[in-house]
Design a protein around this ligand. Structure first.
Ligand SMILES: Nc1ncnc2c1ncn2[C@@H]1O[C@H](COP(=O)(O)OP(=O)(O)O)[C@@H](O)[C@H]1O
Ligand SMILES: CC(=O)N[C@@H](CCC(=O)OP(=O)(O)O)C(=O)O
Length: 295
């Protein structure tokens, strides 16, 4: 007997279900943030690359922004350093900046480019320095415990300008841009920027149809650990105030909300540990994870 969950009728139904989504997103820009925590398993990495290629081949203009937090941690440990985070931002001294640039602009960027190319795509890797893509100044965090005071986290960048022309050239040539979150300051200094922040800003500037943030949780979880399928700005404020949202989720959620408020039509935080999570989110009725609402 044919397995009802995997028989040809099911396969046909799934393919047919994708058609309205393919039509809706054809020619549109989809920004995908690939978190360092979602890129730990080789098989999942290959699934991700295949999803990106499939979406490109059906006519979507996919732009990948990647992170690499755990990969940076790994190299820092090898040089005898331990990472420190404040409000989800890595405290970045000069030596840490060298490691961050090596890992993000080198190892991780080329790994993602290679995976996509192996899957049949044409990816080109960039950091924010290439083509003056990401300009930044030094970020100063507001000290929540001492209102009015600021915290210096070293060479962490606050984005001042995105020049998307290099991305446009790549999109026109049917290349898939793969962007590492490193920015450049007015004097040519290098800045480490949280990858969620870069993805959100790039999505805004490109007027993306969708921003999808792939991470290592099912989405945004409430104080009981239950998945929230949708979240409003008010819920976000409450959850930050009571500590339900913390660590790496802080820059993620605020970038997601900024993007939703500034014209990106839909913004989702999804579980990158689920095989083909990207296809499920974009091409099926079964949206996965949390959708961030602008109001
Ligand atoms: N309310 C929450 N729901 C889900 N994750 C949360 C929440 N609050 C904090 N987090 C943390 O945020 C992490 C995701 O952010 P991060 O580690 O920066 O991932 P990535 O490398 O994918 O950007 C989760 O693994 C989880 O530990
Ligand atoms: C300033 C800052 O925190 N930069 C991040 C950049 C990488 C990143 O964001 O990686 P994930 O997406 O994997 O977390 C860092 O140094 O870890």
């Amino acid at each position: 007997m044919t397995d009802r969950l995997s028989g040809p009728d099911v396969a046909a139904a799934v393919l047919a279900e994708a058609l309205p989504y393919i039509k809706r997103f054809h020619g549109k820009t989809i920004v995908v943030k690939y978190g360092g925590n979602a890129m730990t398993d080789e098989h999942l990495k290959q699934c991700f690359a295949r999803d990106v290629v499939l979406l490109s081949l059906v006519g979507m203009s996919v732009v990948v922004v990647h992170g690499g937090g755990p990969q940076i941690e790994h190299l820092l440990a090898r040089v005898g350093k331990t990472g420190e985070f404040i409000q989800g931002m890595r405290v970045t001294d000069a030596e840490t900046m060298e490691v961050v640039e090596m890992v993000l602009g080198g190892q991780v960027n080329k790994d993602v480019v290679n995976l996509i190319n192996q899957a049949g795509g044409r990816a080109v890797g960039l950091t924010g320095k290439d083509g003056g893509l990401i300009r930044a100044k030094k970020l100063l965090l507001d000290d929540r415990e001492h209102p009015g005071q600021q915290i210096d986290v070293g060479q962490v960048g606050d984005i001042t300008q995105i020049d998307p022309s290099v991305i446009a050239h790549l999109q026109n040539g049917a290349f898939i841009p793969v962007i590492a979150p490193v920015g450049v300051g007015p004097a040519g200094e290098t800045y480490n920027i949280n990858a969620d922040v870069v993805a959100g800003k790039i999505a805004e500037v490109l007027k993306a149809e969708k921003l999808v943030l792939l991470t290592n949780t099912p989405g945004v979880l409430d104080d009981k650990g239950e998945l929230l399928t949708g979240i409003t700005p008010r819920q976000i404020d409450d959850m930050i105030a009571d500590g339900t949202l913390s660590g790496g989720m802080l820059p993620k959620i605020s970038s997601a909300l900024d993007a939703a408020r500034n014209g990106v039509k839909s913004v989702h935080i999804i579980d990158g540990r689920v095989e083909h999570a990207l296809l499920l989110e974009i091409l099926t009725d079964h949206g996965v994870g949390t959708m961030i609402k602008s109001r």
